[in-house]
Design a protein around this ligand. Structure first.
Ligand code: V47
Ligand code: SF4
Length: 374
């Protein structure tokens, strides 16, 4: 039981969505928005069944580190508590030694993202990748958002395909999904008018996919965006995946209000779980939806594994972006904690790298671990 074809649903809206998905049709923006008002457990059952049809009971995580080489940024997005202006007392730029201290022997993924530094050249950003790759060649490197790629294009006066090819030669394996925010010009004008908009973000990921560089995608929700804008964002990503396949995972990022004053409190756990489920149902051609525990908190992230999520991201080490905005989750988690969260959700933990190559399969609760791969 639990496959889409076997589900019996009570709610007519969710049952209609199931029929459409079974017929191989995608959900429209209108249908997506209406589903937000459907009973959440029904939505969760359908989204969980969609995830189960793709991945069985497996849920993925990685042993990784987040490396934020500098918080100095020439932009000033209104929702960002992380960036600092040059010379600010808590502005930092890491040395090579500090960068390399993030490359612990046990990790299989490194996630590199940071500010747009006023003095760094493209070569400095390439060096960060070269250093980590030289220390651990087997490490999968997920580095630099489309916002940073666009910045490198302006620094070098070269097109994105050239920039991405240079990054790949330095050791880049995949692009992270950050910087997408919400593909709504209304929201962009309000919250991040200096930053690239949806069209450029999508263009850069399309070029990456055409070059064979896979990528992730995010949505920043829970601030001033509407549900219609959220669903349209999912549809824009679904269309890009049809034109130029290459997405690995979609990560809805629950906005941490911090000191921004934009909203009084974070979206509720119910809104989080509905957003995860809707992401799984509308962005129907993305392999994985992540329940990002850093922003969701551990309990909601564990629950998300029964609402369509099939990945929890990773152990992370020292997360800085959400914690600059006062996120209450711990700054990192142990591998055993990730395994336990996944087992408690009734799923089978699978450790992966940034490209979803399996590092280790664990057993279900109370079962001995299966033999390690790679
Ligand atoms: O681009 C900034 C967002 C992103 C806040 O690709 C905030 O696997 C919430 O993209 N509250 C960076 N979000 C993080 C990111 C990410 C995280 C985990 C996995 C992956 C992946 C990507 O964080 C930024 C921005 O959209 N952000 N401030 C905030 N206060
Ligand atoms: Fe800079 Fe990114 Fe923060 Fe915007 S979100 S201010 S681009 S670090």
């Amino acid at each position: 039981m639990g496959h889409v074809s076997e589900l019996r649903l009570c709610d007519p809206l969710v049952a209609a969505a199931r029929e459409q998905l079974l017929a191989g049709e995608s959900l429209s923006q209108e249908a997506g928005v209406r589903l937000f008002d459907a009973p959440m457990l029904e939505l969760g059952r359908l989204a969980n069944a969609v995830a189960r049809d793709r991945h069985g009971d497996r849920a993925y995580f990685t042993v990784n580190r987040q490396l934020n080489p500098t918080n100095v940024c020439v932009l000033a997005c209104r929702f960002c508590d992380y960036a600092r202006k040059p010379g600010a007392p808590d502005a930092y730029t890491m040395t090579k030694e500090q960068v390399l201290s993030h490359v612990d022997p046990e990790i299989s993924e490194i996630h590199i993202v940071g500010g747009l530094h006023h003095k760094w050249r493209f070569d400095d950003y390439l060096d960060v990748i070269r250093w980590v790759k030289a220390k651990k060649p087997s490490l999968s490197v997920k580095a630099y958002t489309a916002v940073e790629i666009d910045f490198f294009c302006r620094l070098t006066r070269k097109p994105a395909d050239w920039v991405l090819t240079e990054l790949r030669a330095a050791g880049l394996d995949a692009l992270p999904g950050g910087g997408a925010e919400v593909f709504s010009e209304r929201v962009r004008r309000e919250l991040f008018p200096q930053k690239i908009g949806g069209r450029r973000w999508l263009e850069i990921h399309e070029i990456a996919h055409q070059l064979g560089i896979p990528s992730n995608a995010t949505l920043l929700y829970g601030h001033i965006e509407t549900r219609g804008e959220r669903v349209q964002h999912l549809i824009d990503l679904r269309e890009l995946e049809r034109r130029a396949p290459g997405f690995l995972a979609f990560i809805p990022l629950a906005f941490q209000p911090g000191a921004t004053g934009l909203v009084r409190r974070q979206a509720s756990a119910i809104e989080d779980l509905k957003t995860i489920a809707l992401s799984r149902l509308v962005f129907d051609n993305v392999p994985h939806v992540k329940g990002y525990w850093v922003m969701l908190g551990q309990d909601t992230a564990a629950a998300s594994l029964n609402f369509g999520a099939s990945d929890l991201d990773g152990t992370i080490g020292q997360e800085k972006i959400a914690h600059a905005a006062l996120a209450k989750s711990p700054v990192g988690m142990a591998e055993a904690g990730m395994v336990q969260m996944i087992r408690e959700a009734g799923k089978i933990p699978v450790q992966r790298d940034a490209l979803y190559r399996v590092v280790r399969e664990y057993g279900r609760r109370d079962e001995p671990a299966a033999a390690s791969a790679a």
